[in-house]
Each structure stands twice: as C-alpha cells, then as structure tokens.
Design a binder for this molecule. Structure first.
Ligand code: ASP
Length: 436
C-alpha cells in the first residue's frame, strides 16, 4: 500500500488536479493522499502566500480572504463540484479570521484543498489536526506516531491536508514552509506504507545542478545518508525533516513528477543494499552526485604550539556557541585550525573575531568571506582509493585553487572549499571527472 503526497504545483489548476486524480486512480494501492495548498499559476501566487497576506492585512483580512475563496471557487466549478460546496468552510474561516493566529490562517490552503480532492475522489477527508500533534510549539513525534496510527487504522482511504497539526488545546500549529512533505512522511509511517510517493514538478534528484551542468541526469537510487548530504548543500527537492519519520520505519521515498508520470523518478532507500534486487542502482558509479553552495566564511587561526595547548579548540568553539553560529567544518593542522561556517553579518563576524582574540590569543587570524563548498557524495567511494586524488588533480588541471578539503569518517562525502569566483567552473570540472 502506498501513501502519496502531491505538492502545490500538482494542485494548482483544474487540469493538474485532473492529472492528480488520474495518477491516484491508476493504482488501487494509492489509498492515503496528503496534499499541499494550490501553488503558483501564470497569474496567481501560491495560496499559502495569499494566506500570509491575509494574516498581514489587519482590519482588511476578510476582504483579502476573498481572493482565496475566489481561487477555490474557480477550481471547484471547473472540476464540477456543486455551488455552495465550500460555503460552510468559508463561513467558519471568515468568522474566525479577525482573531485568528498565523498558523490557523496559513493552514487553510491545505485544509480546503484536501476537502476538494476528497470529494472529487470520493475518499474520506480526515483533518490533520486530529492526526499530527504538537506540544509547546514543537512537533511531538512519539505522541503523533500513536495518535496518527489510531486515527488511520481501519480506514479504506483518506485525503489528509499537509503542513499542519494541532496542540493539546486544539490550536492549529503549522510546520515550517514546505512542511507537507513531513506530513506525508508521518502518514506513510502511520499506515505502514510500502512506499511514500512524493509527487512534485521535477523528475527527481539531479546528479548536479542542471543550471550549471546542463547534462546532469536524474539519480535513480539514493540512500537517506546521501540525501542528507545533498539537501544540506542546497539540493532542495524535499523538506529536510521529511525523511525522519519514514527513515525510522525503513520506508523508501519515491520522488516522482506529476507532469511526467512515466518517468522513473528517484527512489530514496534506507541503505545502499536495502531492497537489493528490487531497487538496485542501475548506475554503479562511485559518485552519486555533486552539489555545492556559495556563501560560506572560513576563519583561519594560527598559534604556535597549538596542538599541546589543552582546551584550545574547545575555547574557539565556545566563541561560536556564544554567538549562536553553527560550525560546518573544522579542518586543522598542527599549529592551525580553520573553522568553516555559513556567512554571518559584519557585526557578528567582528564580535566573533574579538572574542576569539580575547579567549585564545592566536598569533594570527584571518577571515575569508568568499568560500564555496562542494560535496562529492556517494556510497560507492567507501574503501575505494583515489577519489580525493582525482578530484584534487582535476581542479588543479583546471587552474582552480583548492582552499579546503575535508572528508568525514563515513567516507560517503568529500567536501572541497573553493573561492566563490571559481564555484561554477569547479562544479563543471568535477562533473567532467566523475561523469555523474
Ligand atoms: N503550502 C505550504 C508552503 O507553501 C506547505 C507545503 O506546500 O508543503 O510552504
């Protein structure tokens, strides 16, 4: 049995919703459906963005909401549902609008969209407020896990709104943007799905950014660990938190394209040998994908006899912690260390340097503000000598200065730091080397 989630683009027009219905009906295993709010069209913005404007409209909320009702009413009539279908829902929302909080208002896009699709499919509508639970503003996974299981057991089928749940007082609480992916993963785990199908508007995860490397291709199979590395580097097909519920339950995620349903998509599996034979990689290259991001800083700190000064690294890192700066990588030498972190504003950078100066009194310190990081990711490189050497010599042949290199103990990624101005050229060169 399959749990299936459709993103905003899939739900944006009557034609795309028709396509969604065809996809669901083509496979009786597709019994539990989670939806986003309708996304952008040529003339209209995302319903969630429209609802954010409603929230911000102050005295004018009811007027601002009329654009949302018009959007849903148009979809309803184009899809052949009766006039008045949304009347009671619209009336309830309008009544609550003057005092409603942000989460309630922004969640109404998913709520109305799920009602619409449930009616069209003749599936049961189940409100995620009764399935997904928050406590103290944070998502409560263990409570949700039992409540959601109970709420969906013995159900033949259902359409469930993505993006939100509720707290113990019945208040609606929303996930961060893109959170319907998380809702889909929670539902997939609750119903014990064999696969969590996530339908979006791209063919799958790409081996490299196609805007920079035009012949990049779709990755057929990816492990959860590889996915984490790639998402961290900005490959944003899925909400990063969405993998946790299904990963725990060993349920694979299948990324698919609503607008190209015959494409095979990307299958994300717990480990490389999981379901071997069923979802085996067609492509057995050592490198699965290469991804990168600009806008990192690197702080080089040098002090003679640093290696024998007990607590040196801890004191440096405490300065980062006090300023709430997340540290990404710490390549180090005997008398020097470099700390790589995401770009911060000028005041924070100055405060950081001042506190390190005061706390560890380095001989020399230098902040570089033009660092890009590139991750070469792949389970296939584990215990296989030569991957780093190939990457480095390829960059050097292309005349690109390597400013940092870091390989984690897991051996599934090598991180290379280059100047922002070399970023695109480095991605192309590495892609040429590994032909991902
Ligand atoms: N509609 C919400 C957003 O635009 C949630 C989602 O689509 O996942 O972020």
């Amino acid at each position: 049995m399959k749990a299936i989630k459709f993103g905003g683009t899939s739900m944006s027009t009557a034609a795309s919703i028709d396509q969604v219905i065809n996809i669901i009906r083509s496979d009786p295993e597709r019994r539990f459906v989670v939806v986003s709010a309708p996304g952008k069209t040529d003339g209209e913005s995302k319903v969630t963005d429209m609802l954010i404007s409603v929230f911000n409209a102050g005295q004018d909320r009811i007027n601002a909401f009329s654009h949302v009702t018009a959007r849903f009413d148009k979809l309803r009539s184009e899809l052949g549902l009766p006039d008045g279908f949304f009347d009671s829902d619209f009336a309830e929302i309008i009544e609550r609008l003057p005092d409603a909080g942000y989460d309630y208002i922004v969640s109404r896009g998913e709520y109305l969209c799920a009602k619409l699709l449930a009616a069209l499919l003749d599936y049961e509508f189940i409100d995620s407020a009764s399935l997904i639970k928050f406590r103290g503003g944070a998502y409560d996974d263990s409570y949700t896990s039992s409540v959601c299981k109970l709420g969906l057991q013995n159900k033949r089928n259902a359409v469930i709104p993505g993006f939100y749940g509720s707290d113990n007082n019945g208040n609606i609480v929303a996930f961060s943007r893109g959170g319907s992916d998380v809702s889909g993963a929670i539902v997939a785990r609750a119903v014990g799905a064999d696969v969590y199908e996530n339908f979006t508007d791209v063919d799958g995860f790409m081996t490299c950014d196609p805007r920079i490397v035009p012949h990049a291709s779709v990755i057929d199979v990816l492990t959860y660990k590889e996915l984490r590395e790639l998402s961290y580097m900005g490959a944003n097909v899925l909400h990063p938190e969405s993998i946790f519920p299904v990963r725990k339950a060993n349920i694979p995620i299948h990324i698919r394209n609503t607008f190209n349903p015959s494409a095979t998509g990307t299958m994300i599996v717990p480990t490389d040998d999981y379901l071997a034979g069923k979802y085996e990689r067609i492509n057995k290259r050592p490198i699965t994908a290469i991804a990168g991001k600009k806008n990192f800083y690197s702080l080089y700190i040098d002090k003679s006899m640093m290696n024998s000064e007990i607590g040196f690294v801890r004191r440096v890192l405490s300065c980062f912690e006090r300023l709430e700066i997340a540290v990404e990588h710490i390549p180090s030498g005997i008398d020097s260390m470099t700390v790589v972190f995401s770009a911060v504003d000028r005041d924070t950078a100055n405060a950081l340097m001042a506190s390190i100066q005061a706390d560890v009194k380095p001989d020399h310190m230098h902040l570089s503000t033009d660092i890009s990081l590139i991750a070469i990711v792949g389970h296939g490189m584990v215990s296989r000598p030569g991957t780093a050497a190939r990457a480095i010599s390829r960059l050097s042949n292309a005349g690109i200065n390597l400013r940092m290199i870091d390989q984690g103990a897991s051996e599934i990624n090598i991180i290379l730091g280059v100047s922002d101005s070399d970023f695109e050229r480095a991605l192309v060169a590495l892609n040429g080397e590994f032909e991902v």
